[in-house]
Design a protein around this ligand. Structure first.
Ligand code: I3P
Length: 128
């Protein structure tokens, strides 16, 4: 990864495959469209990549894959949101700009780890 403006390289905190759908953009509701996403938590951001398994071998070059989107966790809010889906293990992430995402995993332990790791980053940024 490339250095921050202060010259430090942001620390990779976590990476893995989650199901993701964006449900709001700037406060405007969107139609759900669940898909697997490779999620990377690095520095103050959650970065979304295409599911590597859905890519062709030739299109998948490590270090050469561009993120689909990225979320600034500063001021973000995290809530369990099982009432917002028929799926289990769903949480909602809302950014200060009013973008909302649902993230989900079939594996209870995995989704709990993601929840607490993201919440720790949000808490750290709140204290800065
Ligand atoms: C949606 C799709 C989603 C579902 C959503 C449906 O239908 O089945 O998976 O969300 O439910 O509307 P479509 O493909 O026709 O857009 P969940 O899987 O999270 O339940 P919802 O409208 O009750 O949110």
């Amino acid at each position: 990864s490339s250095p921050d403006s202060d010259g430090r390289t942001p620390e990779l905190e976590k990476a893995g495959l989650l199901n993701k759908t964006k449900i709001a953009e700037g406060g405007r509701k969107l139609r759900k469209n669940w898909s697997p996403s490779w999620v990377v938590l690095v520095g103050n951001s959650l970065v979304f990549f295409k599911d590597p398994k859905s890519q062709t071998p030739s299109s998948w070059k490590p270090g050469n894959s561009r993120p689909e989107s990225s979320v600034d966790l500063r001021g973000a809010q995290l809530h369990w949101a099982n009432e917002l889906s028929s799926k289990k293990n769903v949480f909602k992430l809302r950014t200060v700009t009013g973008n909302e995402f649902l993230l989900q995993s079939e594996t209870d332990s995995l989704i709990r780890e993601w929840y607490s790791t993201i919440q720790n980053v949000i808490d750290r940024l709140d204290r800065e």
